[in-house]
Design a protein around this ligand. Structure first.
Ligand code: 5GP
Length: 183
């Protein structure tokens, strides 16, 4: 699905599919260099990170593995609740592994703070974060974000895995959702 298919629901396209893909390639090239010889484990956060994980993972030229976690975040609203629950845990033992968490977007960072603390307690060799999008609020969080795709304004966006009430994940572009859709 492209922005033109749901134009009435969107107020502004922030990044097109082509721009997103170009940026993903750049991030992958950096990860290739940083993790050479380390065979990192990329941990995706379901469901939002599905698209960025699939694209980023395929661009890597080094050996890497993949695992997934699911945590509860927004429910069906557009505000972060701060309530985090693990709905699905890793299948992999991460002791001594180089773990790179792959996130769709970091807003308040509440979800991530919890997740990183939880993963750190399992004694990985290293623990870093890659996020496709970062909102201004995220700068207040003292998390070292090793890889960031784009800094975006403090607006509710959809597309490239990001949903509103389950919809728009299949939108190839990333766009600001027209507030009329959730008003
Ligand atoms: P945080 O805990 O950093 O505030 O939010 C983390 C999660 O909230 C993200 O992984 C994502 O699922 C959701 N989220 C935050 N901002 C947005 C947004 O602008 N659009 C959508 N669709 N989800 C968002």
């Amino acid at each position: 699905m492209y922005a033109t298919d749901v134009a009435d629901d969107l107020s502004e396209v922030l990044y097109t599919e082509a721009q997103i893909q170009a940026r993903v390639k750049e991030l992958a090239a950096q990860i290739d260099v940083d993790y050479a010889g380390k065979e990192p484990l990329l941990v995706g956060v379901l469901n939002g990170a599905v698209m960025v994980m699939a694209d980023l993972f395929r661009e890597l030229t080094i050996h890497a593995m993949m695992d997934w976690m699911a945590v509860s975040s927004y429910g069906s609203g557009t505000q972060s609740s701060g309530v985090v629950r693990i709905l699905k845990d890793l299948s992999t033992d991460i002791v001594g592994r180089h773990v790179l968490v792959v996130e769709d977007i970091v807003d308040t960072g509440l979800t991530l703070t919890y997740l990183l603390e939880n993963l750190a307690s399992r004694n990985p060799a290293s623990l870093k974060l890659a996020a496709m999008f970062r909102k201004p609020e995220a700068n207040k969080v003292h998390i070292d974000m090793a890889y960031v795709g784009f800094d975006i304004p403090n607006k509710f966006v959809v597309g490239y895995g990001l949903d509103y009430d389950g919809r728009y994940r299949n939108l190839k572009d990333v766009a600001v959702l027209n507030p009329g859709v959730y008003a």
